[in-house]
Design a protein around this ligand. Structure first.
Ligand SMILES: *[C@@H]1O[C@H](CO)[C@@H](O)[C@H](O)[C@H]1NC(C)=O
Ligand SMILES: *[C@@H]1O[C@H](CO)[C@@H](O)[C@H](O)[C@H]1NC(C)=O
Ligand SMILES: *[C@@H]1O[C@H](CO)[C@@H](O)[C@H](O)[C@H]1NC(C)=O
Ligand SMILES: *[C@@H]1O[C@H](CO)[C@@H](O)[C@H](O)[C@H]1NC(C)=O
Ligand SMILES: *[C@@H]1O[C@H](CO)[C@@H](O)[C@H](O)[C@H]1NC(C)=O
Ligand SMILES: *[C@@H]1O[C@H](CO)[C@@H](O)[C@H](O)[C@H]1NC(C)=O
Length: 395
């Protein structure tokens, strides 16, 4: 998702000469008064209000041919707050605040800015909720408010904006649940907030990037319509339970992070084809059953700290030997056999961890290269490997 580049491109386009409309001039003066360059920063050095032509001399400013501000990019390295007068720049299509220490709330009035397509106010210290007036941004394409201290619930109108494609609210203090999504989103990033509740059943099938990591979302994932364009999904560090639906394993998904939840099974058919170079992390869940052979196509496969039983599929070993799989972590399960042919050889680059399973250790010693934090305890206590052992009673 290269929208940062898109922003830069728009910012670099210089306007032709036009005198700035008085309302916009007044608004800019007020915006200027509420912000300060941090030590070492000289963003406002070009903002001289006695000049006849702010449109072509102020940094961060683009105007229409009629002298109305169409794009405003502030910073980086500013402090202060965002003036409510931003709402007077009624021809604004793009509002950007680069990283800095700007505090305080978002301007309350966005209903006066119906042409806005891009709002990007990241990595500052903005606080408070998303104003209700965002509901009138019917042309909004990109909203990035990530890495601030914004709070309140995710407003229901946000994910129904008809043109919204990129929504990034990562690392704030948003709470409450994810509201139903009907916007044609390509990129949804809500990671590291305080979101709870269950996921709404319908997700836009247009999604390519989805991150909800590091929240408190619970419940099962209702089988979704296949997300045919999804390349990146991160649901790690939540409280999801139940089966991992097959629809999450899209044929385009190269990164899948579902670790540190409470999933109990995988619904992955034998027909599953993981794309080349994919990373699948299902570690630290409560998944039981046998290892799905279809996951053998991953380049990095983390299935450790679950309740997998049975033998390791031949396919996993073939993939290690032929170089398809470079990292395979299976430690802390109840696996019984690694069908190793002593004539085979593993490529040097392979990382394989098999500690703390129910295997005969012989073929495995010397092959296993566990990360240092894994105790070198090779096998589980024999009692946990008994046929009659209740796997639900330990980790
Ligand atoms: C912005 O517009 C409002 C309403 O038209 C007006 O009262 C206010 O003075 C304007 N602010 C600036 C800085 O011009
Ligand atoms: C902004 O501040 C950072 C950290 O102090 C510094 O590395 C960077 O060069 C500054 N950028 C500008 C444009 O002043
Ligand atoms: C997973 O579920 C078990 C029992 O259902 C519960 O005791 C445990 O705290 C849960 N773990 C997480 C990380 O939610
Ligand atoms: C998993 O597969 C089973 C059997 O095919 C089916 O009944 C169940 O609904 C599936 N669950 C999910 C979450 O896809
Ligand atoms: C490596 O082995 C796996 C598992 O048998 C197979 O699916 C894959 O096509 C093989 N890849 C190569 C490059 O031979
Ligand atoms: C296994 O242990 C869990 C949790 O302690 C318990 O709820 C369950 O009834 C046990 N199952 C059997 C078959 O004993």
């Amino acid at each position: 998702m290269n929208y940062t580049f898109f922003l830069l491109l728009l910012t670099l386009v210089h306007s032709t000469f036009s005198s700035l409309a008085p309302t916009d001039q007044a608004a800019l003066e007020s915006i200027r008064d509420s912000l300060t360059d941090m030590p070492g920063s000289a963003f406002f050095s070009t903002w001289d209000f006695t000049t006849p032509d702010p449109c072509s001399t102020f940094s961060g400013l683009t105007c229409t041919s009629l002298g109305r501000v169409s794009a405003l990019s502030l910073g980086p390295n500013l402090s202060g707050s965002l003036s409510p007068s931003i709402s007077n720049l009624t021809h604004l299509t793009q509002l950007v605040l680069y990283p800095g220490l700007v505090t305080g709330p978002l301007p309350p009035r966005f209903d006066t800015l119906p042409l806005l397509r891009v709002i990007s106010l990241t990595r500052n210290r903005l606080t408070g909720p998303i104003p209700n007036s965002f509901s009138s941004l019917s042309y909004l394409h990109t909203l990035d408010l990530s890495y601030n201290q914004l709070s309140g619930s995710l407003p229901p109108f946000l994910t129904t904006l008809p043109h919204l494609k990129v929504l990034v609210l990562a690392s704030n203090r948003f709470s409450d649940n994810v509201k139903p999504v009907s916007s044609p989103l390509l990129h949804l990033d809500l990671k590291m907030n305080q979101i709870s509740g269950q996921l709404p059943p319908l997700f836009p099938t247009t999604l390519r990037y989805l991150s909800l990591a590091g929240n408190s979302i619970s419940g099962t994932i209702i089988p979704l319509e296949p997300l045919t364009d999804l390349t990146y999904i991160d649901l790690s560090m939540n409280r999801f339970t139940g089966a991992i639906p097959q629809s999450l394993f899209g044929s385009t998904t190269t990164s899948m992070f579902l670790q540190r939840n409470n999933f109990t099974s995988i619904n992955a058919t034998s027909l599953l084809m993981l794309p080349q170079g994919s990373v699948v992390d299902l570690s630290h869940n409560s998944i039981s059953g046998e290892l799905p052979p279809s996951l053998a196509g991953a380049e990095s496969l983390f299935l450790n700290n679950n309740r997998f039983t049975g033998e390791i599929p031949e396919e996993y070993i073939k993939s290690l030997v032929n170089g398809t799989t470079k990292t395979l972590f299976l430690q802390h399960n109840y696996l019984t056999r690694f069908p190793w042919n002593s004539g085979s050889q593993l490529p040097d680059s392979v990382s394989l961890c098999l500690s703390y399973n129910c295997m005969d250790t012989d073929p495995v010693v010397g092959l296993s290269t566990c990360p240092i934090e894994v105790a070198p305890l090779l096998s589980r206590p024999a009692i946990q490997c008994s046929r009659f052992y209740n796997h639900s009673s330990t980790g």
